[in-house]
Design a protein around this ligand. Structure first.
Ligand code: NAP
Ligand code: F7E
Length: 346
């Protein structure tokens, strides 16, 4: 049985990847952060009591800021594959917390690589590493962006990801480690965090449709993104670690839409005119914006035989339908005189 270790298992991608690997028969170990409230809602459905004989999902407390903990976890999990998905992943927030973001996203990657390097030396095992790189690394570079496009990061988050990318290349070359950089363009789902623009829109839309909310405040509607479905993208992560040689791959759909177009598509599904509900709030602007990301996934298609399965329309519909159901549950509670429990905001 292969063993995988996932940092960021409680996040959107971590939950889909854990599902995917468990289905493939892996034993999955995940690193979770200690929090004062529960932060495992995205993986609760996968969890079984670790004392059960057939348990294959194990969680360990740790943090990318804590290298001794990472080393200890590697020793316990004994992974064949390590997926580094942990990050302060919000671009806007990275301007408010630049040092912390750089530490977790950039130096955190280095801490993990170095711990894996020592673990390989001590155990004699081959361990393969996937690094969650981002299209944000391209930033202001002209679209379409491919593996050959020069990076031009536009936020502390993106600079941290560029550092992580180069640490990975360096460890690959210096120590002959199997490290693959995925350069993933935006990918969304009903499990997307609610402060990212797509989910913010679909969550508000459900509430507006059911009369629980009047307005939606947004920033720049002109930005264009190449939006895919997270469930499709985790397969590409796994495929990168099944190749003969480690390499770097862009993962994208090859289609871009503006935030305005996302709004139009989402609101049209429920027969509402978005312009009646959306208002501008400059708080959501970034000091430096990324205007246009459009990926060229030709290399992943050719080398990994990977293609996205979900279209833009299907993605928006899936998110809108999910958030309408969630809003319906909230409405039932509100109508019965209850407050909406915080867990419904996940
Ligand atoms: P996400 O939903 O924000 O999840 C991030 C995960 O990282 C969560 O499990 C979070 O834990 C964990 N984390 C945060 N700080 C950490 C720390 N200091 N130490 C260890 N873990 C920490 O992000 P995602 O959308 O799943 O993205 C997964 C990865 O891909 C991230 O590295 C992201 O930057 C990158 N990426 C995402 C996209 C995209 O469009 N989604 C595109 C390109 C790259 P809590 O649950 O406790 O907060
Ligand atoms: O913004 C604009 C905003 O925060 C998309 C992360 O997963 O993908 C994500 O980063 C666009 C930007 O995602 C609001 O200015 C307008 O142009 O959903 P987002 P992002 O910044 O593209 C990349 C690939 C990652 O790697 C990141 O980890 O939408 N926008 N109004 C807004 N954005 C937000 N969040 N909120 C608004 O109100």
């Amino acid at each position: 049985m292969k063993r995988a270790l996932i940092t960021g298992i409680t996040g959107q991608d971590g939950s889909y990847l854990a599902e995917f690997l468990l289905e493939k028969g892996y034993e999955v170990h995940g690193i979770i952060r200690r929090a004062s409230s529960f932060n495992t809602s995205r993986i609760d459905h996968l969890y079984t009591d670790p004392h059960e004989k057939d348990a294959r999902l194990f969680l360990h407390y740790g943090d990318l800021a804590d290298s001794s903990g990472l080393r200890r976890i590697l020793g316990k999990a004994k992974p064949d594959e390590v997926y580094n998905l942990g990050a302060q992943s919000h671009v806007r927030v990275s301007f408010d917390q630049p040092e912390y973001t750089g530490d977790v996203v950039g130096t955190g990657t280095l801490r993990l690589l170095d711990a894996v390097r020592d673990y390989i030396d001590e155990s004699g095992k081959e361990v393969r590493v996937y690094q969650a790189g981002s299209s944000e690394m391209f930033g202001a570079a002209n679209p379409p962006q491919s593996e050959a496009t020069e990076f031009y990061p536009r936020s502390p988050y993106a600079v941290g990801k560029v550092a992580g990318y180069w640490y990975c290349v360096n460890y690959r070359e210096a120590y002959d480690m199997f490290v693959a950089n995925g350069i993933l363009f935006n990918h969304e789902s009903p499990r997307r965090g609610e402060t990212f623009v797509t989910r913010k829109i679909t969550r508000a839309l459900g509430r507006i449709k059911l009369g629980l909310q009047d307005k939606l405040f947004l920033g720049n509607l002109d930005a264009k993104r190449d939006w895919g479905f997270a469930g499709d993208y985790v397969e590409a992560m796994w495929l990168m670690l099944q190749q003969d040689k480690p390499d770097d791959y862009v993962v994208a759909t090859g289609e871009a839409y503006s935030v305005r177009e996302f709004l139009e598509e989402a609101f049209s599904i429920v027969g509402l005119d978005w312009e009646k509900y959306v208002e501008f709030d400059p708080r959501y602007l970034r000091p430096t914006e990324v205007d246009f990301l459009l990926g060229d996934p030709a290399k992943a298609e050719k080398m990994l035989n990977w293609k996205p399965k979900t279209s833009f329309k299907q993605l928006v519909t899936m998110m809108v339908e999910h958030d309408l159901e969630l809003a319906q549950k909230e409405k039932t509670l509100v109508d019965a005189g209850h407050d909406i429990p915080p867990s419904m905001n996940d």
